[in-house]
Ligand binder design. Structure first.
Ligand SMILES: NC(=O)c1ccc[n+]([C@@H]2O[C@H](COP(=O)([O-])OP(=O)(O)OC[C@H]3O[C@@H](n4cnc5c(N)ncnc54)[C@H](O)[C@@H]3O)[C@@H](O)[C@H]2O)c1
Length: 271
């Protein structure tokens, strides 16, 4: 059986696993063993074949061991990286370590194990749009060795986890774009998905902010996204129907970025 690896098992990870895991060997990974076991048990009850591994994406050795285990289980058909922290869950240093460096660790570690037909999907965020558009920062986020990324961002928003999250997520998009070249040389694709506010534990923390709820009301879709909206996008991205798509970011945000830009331009005020 081909292998599908999913990091992060609580919010988006579980519905993604349920949607794309059938007929494959699933390998779930999370830093939290209670969440990991509960997701594995739920999926096994649904008849899916599930292995688990404790993982800290911020630790390169832990990520290397995950990729090794996946490769020993069989051909890696897909790796979907949802593990992450929101700015309300950690300080800027930990947000950078998990969301920026952790994602770079995943891309690095799996590159050596993917082959023709493999697909990597990295969950970034619409928050990336708030990262400073500085060309040198963007070049470094895209290309600096993973072990040097913390030094790249050390001067940026060390006391502001919200902006650190924006920089980390922009880093995800840029790194996917550039790493897709090396993945392509192996016949594999690598893409990112940038969700808007999604109704997971992480998203609900954001929804508690009145301006976020108001922002959502104004979006073209007028509602919070569901984890199933993200799972549907991931299912399509890993399918043959998307086999000319690599290095790209897909916004799945109900039009939130479009509306933020319109408001910035003085359009749709108070609508
Ligand atoms: N929920 C939203 O509104 C939203 C919006 C945009 C982007 N995102 C991004 O989507 C992804 C998934 O978010 P979610 O809503 O499912 O979050 P979640 O908090 O529900 O789940 C994240 C999972 O990652 C795990 N995790 C945290 N740190 C880890 C580490 N160091 N190593 C391994 N696992 C770790 C957690 O234990 C948890 O199971 C994240 O990257 C997040 O930044 C979420």
């Amino acid at each position: 059986m081909d292998v599908i690896v999913i990091t992060g098992t609580s919010g988006m990870g579980l519905p993604i696993a349920r949607r794309i895991g059938s007929g494959h060997q699933l390998l779930l990974a999370d830093i939290d063993d209670t969440r990991l076991d509960s997701a594995a048990q739920a999926l096994r009850k649904d008849g899916l074949t599930v292995a688990t591994r404790l993982l800290d994406v911020a630790d390169p050795q832990s990520v290397t061991e995950l990729a090794q285990q996946a490769s020993e289980l069989g051909f890696i058909r897909a790796i979907v990286h949802t593990a992450g922290l929101s700015p309300l869950m950690a300080d800027a240093a930990r947000v950078y370590a998990v969301d920026l460096v952790g994602t770079a660790n995943i891309i690095d570690a799996f590159e050596g194990h993917v082959g023709a037909g493999s697909v990597g999907v990295i969950i970034a965020s619409m928050a990336a749009v708030a990262s400073p558009p500085e060309p040198e920062l963007e070049r470094q986020l895209a290309l600096a060795p993973s072990a040097e990324l913390m030094a790249v961002v050390s001067d940026y928003f060390a006391d502001n986890s919200e902006m650190a999250y924006a920089v980390a997520k922009r880093g995800n998009q840029l790194r996917v774009q550039q790493a897709a070249i090396a993945w392509g040389a192996r016949g594999a694709r690598l893409v990112s998905v940038s969700p808007g506010i999604i109704s997971t534990e992480m998203g609900r923390l954001e929804l508690d902010k009145p301006h976020v709820a108001e922002m959502l009301r104004q979006t073209p879709m007028g509602r919070v996204g569901t984890p199933e909206d993200i799972a549907a996008a991931v299912q399509w991205l890993i399918s043959p129907a998307a086999n000319y798509i690599t290095g790209s970011d897909l916004a799945v945000d109900g039009g939130a970025i479009a509306m933020q830009r319109a408001v910035g331009w003085g359009e749709n005020q108070g609508s």
